[in-house]
Structure formats: structure tokens, C-alpha cells
Design a protein around this ligand. Structure first.
Ligand SMILES: [Zn+2]
Length: 384
């Protein structure tokens, strides 16, 4: 979107400062309007364009600021640094409602006000996903990077408290979504899915955790657990260098990948054998769609992000994005990896025109889209 044709005076000043050769790690202090309130934040400007800037603050939050909302900017020589684990933990506890505690794992800070057993269960699930995710890409020639800060997950005791937390970002939708990853805060948020008071008073012994595992391994909980993992996969992709936050990320890639990883094997305490299995929930829908004649499924997925946001097309779009990712990772792994590496070079606020997405796909994956489309349809239609 082209918000400001005329460059705002503050933005012009900021551009001048940034071009002035002050160290890239210097600190920027910006005053801007956010949700109709004037706020001042210190961090570093990580992207700058005519339309606005993006400020990253030491807690890994990213603030997209439209040129017209920017009120003042200054830069000083202080060195920008992300908060260390201890300082981040303190900031989280100060920000969250009273009663929260933090469970620390190798890569995560799990903030919770529910049972300790549930926090431990989630921590172990996340660490298993982390290992599975990194290994999966390593085997395909992608060396991911360690996140620059511990990843944050916030777990609420119940749906009501979670919905209140999510409301500023999600509006009333927060009440109907069981968990989400926020590109703005870089956190995942969710609520305790066990809903069993008996577990609430439980400790963190292996027996308590096994009890939670039993509850969530039931077939009716499959979809709930898949959603937790789905959102955690988004967070990993954006923090391990596979995708770039707030850059142009085709939605079929982000969503298809998250679905590809979302099937955990809860029976195994160490492995994650579920990666890359056929997604039983999405397959029937994907099959129906590819067997329908007419239309260009692939070209439409590449350029049309809106279909994921509209209620009447979203389920179809998710099923097809899973199917296309599945097909590419099974049949064109090297080409798809190169395509993803190219996407990860993108910078926020520098979105290429939509049509370029087709040209890029043709360059890295298949020059003949018509032939590719029929191969894709045939492959998915034949999946059992
Ligand atoms: Zn998603």
C-alpha cells in the first residue's frame, strides 16, 4: 500500500539520520501514534520506506509505523541490544497480569498462570518441535540460525483471560481462536486445553505430565494440539531465519509449512515422527478441489492472499496450501528449498509487485505452470 505519497517531515529527517552513517546498532527513539495513543519507544529502525518505518524494541517486538503516524524521531549513539534472558523474564512478568510464573527451557520462556504440569508439558512439546524442525531443514540443506532471544509463549489458565489478552490484536476473534502467533509481539499465546481442574493443582512430576499427555492424545484433542504446534511453527520459521517477519511472505508458503509440521506424535517423548505425514484433516478437501476441473489453483495460490482471510474461502485455501507444500517437499525438495532461501532474502517494507511471485515460482520451481499444475493435481488426487 502506498500510504503517504508525500514524505512526512519526520520521516525525511529519520531517513537523513539513518543515511548519515551513524552506526547501524545505534538506538532510535521514536514518538508515534499507536492505536490512537501517542507512545515513545526506543529500539532500532530495521526498515525504512516512503510509507513508514519499522522499529524493533529490545523485547523483539516490531512496531510498523505509518509515515503519517510518526511524530518525532531521534538517534543517539547508545548501542541497541536485545534483552538478555533475565531482563526479558522480568519485563514479561511485569507486563502480564499478576499470578504468572515463567518456566525456562533450552529455547523458550513459557509464561503461565495455569498448572505447572501444563507449562512443562508445553515446554517439552515445543523443544521436541524445535529439534524436529531444525533437523528437518538441516537434512534438506538449510542451516537455520538460533533465535537471537528466547522464544516466548504465554499460556493462560482459561479462555476468558486469554481472550482479554488477545483482544487488542485480534478483536472479538480472540474468543474463537485457541492460540495465535503475533508478528508484532513475536509471542505465541494460548490457554490451557486440558480444562480439567484435577490437573490444576498438580505438580510437574512425570506422572502429572503423562496425565496431560493422555488427555491431549485423545482423538478429539488432535485438532487442538495441532493448532498449538501450528502457531509454534510460525514462530520458529520467523525466528530461525527461514522466513522474515513483516516481509512479503506469500501466505500459501507460511500456512502450508505450518500445517506440514503440525501433526505431532504424542506417543513418543523424544521424536517427532509426524513431520511430513499426509494431513488427514486437510487431505479430503484438497482432493475434492484438485479433482474439480477448470481454474488455475497454483497461480491463484501464489498471488491471492485474500482467500486465506475470507471465511468462505479460507478452509479451501488452507487445504490447498498444505497440498502444494506437501507436493513440493516430496517431489521438488531442492527447488523448493532454493525458492524459500530466495524468499528469506526479502526485507520488510520492500514488497515486490504481486505478479513477480509468479515469475519467481517459474524461475525456481517450474517454468511451465500448466504442466506443473496438472502434475500437482494428479499427485494429490492419488494420495491415500
Ligand atoms: Zn497459520
Amino acid at each position: 500500500m502506498n500510504i503517504a505519497r508525500k514524505l512526512s517531515p519526520v520521516l525525511a529527517l529519520l531517513a537523513l539520520i539513518l543515511a548519515g552513517g551513524i552506526s547501524a546498532s545505534a538506538e532510535d527513539t521514536l514518538t508515534f501514534r499507536h492505536d490512537e495513543v501517542e507512545v515513545t519507544k526506543t529500539g532500532r529502525v530495521i526498515a525504512n520506506a516512503d510509507s513508514g518505518v519499522i522499529l524493533e524494541t529490545p523485547d523483539s517486538m516490531m512496531w510498523p509505523i505509518l509515515a503519517d503516524d510518526l511524530i518525532a524521531a531521534k538517534q543517539d549513539a547508545g548501542e541497541f541490544a536485545l534483552l538478555e534472558k533475565k531482563a526479558l523474564t522480568e519485563k514479561l512478568l511485569a507486563e502480564l497480569p499478576p499470578g504468572f510464573e515463567v518456566h525456562e527451557t533450552a529455547h523458550y520462556l513459557i509464561c503461565y498462570n495455569t498448572s505447572r504440569a501444563y507449562a512443562y508439558w508445553c515446554g517439552s512439546l515445543y523443544e521436541r518441535l524445535y529439534r524436529g524442525f531444525v533437523n528437518y531443514w538441516k537434512q534438506r540443506g538449510v542451516s537455520l540460525v538460533e533465535p537471537t532471544q528466547p522464544l516466548v509463549a504465554v499460556i493462560f489458565d482459561n479462555k476468558q483471560n486469554y481472550a482479554a489478552y488477545g483482544k487488542p490484536e485480534l478483536g472479538d476473534a480472540a474468543g474463537s481462536i485457541i492460540g495465535y502467533y503475533s508478528m508484532h509481539t513475536n509471542r505465541v499465546a494460548m490457554y490451557d486445553l486440558t480444562g480439567v481442574d484435577a490437573v490444576r493443582s498438580a505438580g510437574s512430576s512425570q506422572r502429572d505430565i503423562a496425565r496431560i499427555n493422555n488427555i491431549l492424545a485423545r482423538p478429539e484433542a488432535t485438532w487442538l494440539v495441532a493448532t498449538i504446534v501450528h502457531e509454534a511453527t510460525h514462530q520458529l520459521a520467523y525466528n530461525c531465519g527461514l522466513q522474515i517477519r513483516l516481509a512479503d511472505n506469500p501466505v500459501w508458503v507460511s500456512e502450508g509449512l505450518a500445517i506440514y509440521f503440525e501433526t505431532p506424535d504424542l506417543s513418543s517423548s523424544r521424536g517427532w515422527r509426524g513431520i511430513g505425514e499426509v494431513n488427514r484433516i486437510r487431505l479430503p478437501q484438497a482432493k475434492r478441489l484438485v479433482q474439480r476441473s477448470g481454474g488455475q489453483i497454483v497461480a491463484d495460490l501464489l498471488v491471492n492472499d485474500d482467500q486465506f482471510r475470507k471465511a468462505e474461502t479460507a478452509l479451501d485455501a488452507y487445504a490447498l496450501s498444505w497440498a502444494l507444500n506437501y507436493f513440493l517437499l516430496k517431489r521438488y525438495p531442492d527447488a523448493y528449498v532454493n525458492y524459500l532461501k530466495n524468499l528469506s532474502q526479502r526485507r520488510p517494507l520492500h514488497d515486490p509487485p504481486r505478479e513477480e511471485r509468479i515469475a519467481e515460482f517459474q524461475k525456481f520451481i517450474a517454468s511451465d505452470l500448466t504442466a506443473f499444475e496438472s502434475e500437482f493435481r494428479k499427485f494429490i488426487a492419488g494420495l491415500r
